[in-house]
Design a protein around this ligand. Sequence first.
Ligand code: ATP
Ligand code: MG
Ligand code: MG
Ligand code: MG
Length: 352
Amino acid sequence: MKTKIGLLYGGKSAEHDVSMQTAMAVIKALDLEKFEIHPIYISTSGEWIKGQQLMGPVTNVKELAFSNTDRLPQAALAPALFQASEQGGPLDVIFPLLHGPNGEDGTVQGLLELMNLPYVGNGVLASSAGMDKVIMKNVFAQAGLPQVKYTWFIRSEWENAKDDAYNKVENELGYPCFVKPANLGSSVGISKCTNRSELERAFKEAFQFDRKIIIEEGVTAREIETGVMGNDYPECSVAGEIVPKKEFYDYKAKYEDGNTALIIPAEITETEYNELKEMAIKAFKALDCSGLVRADFFLTREGKWYINEINTMPGFTPFSMFPLLWKHTGVDYPQLIEKLVNLAKERHAEKQ
Ligand code: ATP
Ligand code: MG
Ligand code: MG
Ligand code: MG
C-alpha cells in the first residue's frame, strides 16, 4: 500500500517563498508508485488550502493549491485537512516543509502531536528551542559548546533605553557585531555592524521582524556545516563549507545571486572533522532533536570552532546544503526523503 503523505508548505513566515521552492522539489522527487501526495498550502495570511491528491507531475505548487476550493481560514480547523479523502482515514505522515515561525518553531508540530499524526522532523521542544536563537544559545552554553559572545533585548527594553542598549553592545561585544531577529532564518533581518550608526539601523531593522533580537560578536572565520539525521542514534554527514562572495551569507546570497560556493566535502583535517561531528551530535542531543538538523559552525584560522546555530528544518531543495551533504555521504534526494519519512514513523511508533 502507498504511504499517504501530507505535504505542508508555504506558511506565514518571511521564509514563505523558500518553502515554495522546497515543496516543488520534494513533489518532483517523490515516487508516485510508492507515495500518495496530498498538498496542503498555507498562505502568507495563514489560510490553509488543501489541493487535490497528485496524480502526475506538477509545474506550479501555488496553482495546485489555489485551484482547490477546500479552504479553511485558520489553523484551528486544519485537522479536517489531514484526512486522505472524505471517506478515507487520516494521512500516514505529514511532511512540514515550513521554515521560520509558525512552521519550524513547534507550533505546527504541536498541532500534529495533538492529532496523533506522525510527522517528519523535530518535535515541539527542539523546534521551538531551536527557533529562538537566545534559548538555543543558552542551551548550547549549558552543554559546553563553544560559542561567540552574545547579548539580547526585547523591543520594550530597547524603546525605553536605546542608548543603554547600544552601550551594552559596545562594551560587551564591540565591533564588528551581528544583529539578528531572535526567531527567524534565511538571514532575514540580519545586519553586520561596524559602528554606532549601523548598529542603530540594525536594531530598527531586526525589531521589524521580531519583538526579541540577539546581538553577537562577529568572527572572521570559515563557515562549515554538517547534516545530522536520526532519532536516538543520530548520524553525521560529511562537512561542507560556504564561501559567500559578499560581506556575509545574506538572504540574496542564499536564494537569489546563486554565486555562493558550496564546497563539499569541506577541506578540513580528519581531526577537525571529528571535532565537528562530536559537537554537532552534542548540539542535536542538547536540544532533544529528532529527524534532521543542519548544524552550522565557524572555524577560525587558528583552528578554533564556534557553533553558530542549528536549523531544525534546513533549506531542502536538491541544491541546498543539507541534501547535498547527504548526497556526498551516499544518500540521494529521493532516498533522503524516504529516510526522513521512516524516521517520522519510527518516532511515532516509539511514543505509542
Ligand atoms: P539560516 O537559518 O538560513 O541558516 P539564519 O537566518 O538563522 O540563517 P545565521 O546563520 O545566524 O542566520 O546568520 C547568517 C549568516 O550571517 C551566517 O551564515 C554568516 O555568514 C553570518 N554571521 C552570522 N553570525 C555571525 C557571527 N557571529 N560572526 C560572523 N558572521 C556571522
Ligand atoms: Mg538559522
Ligand atoms: Mg533556518
Ligand atoms: Mg545559518
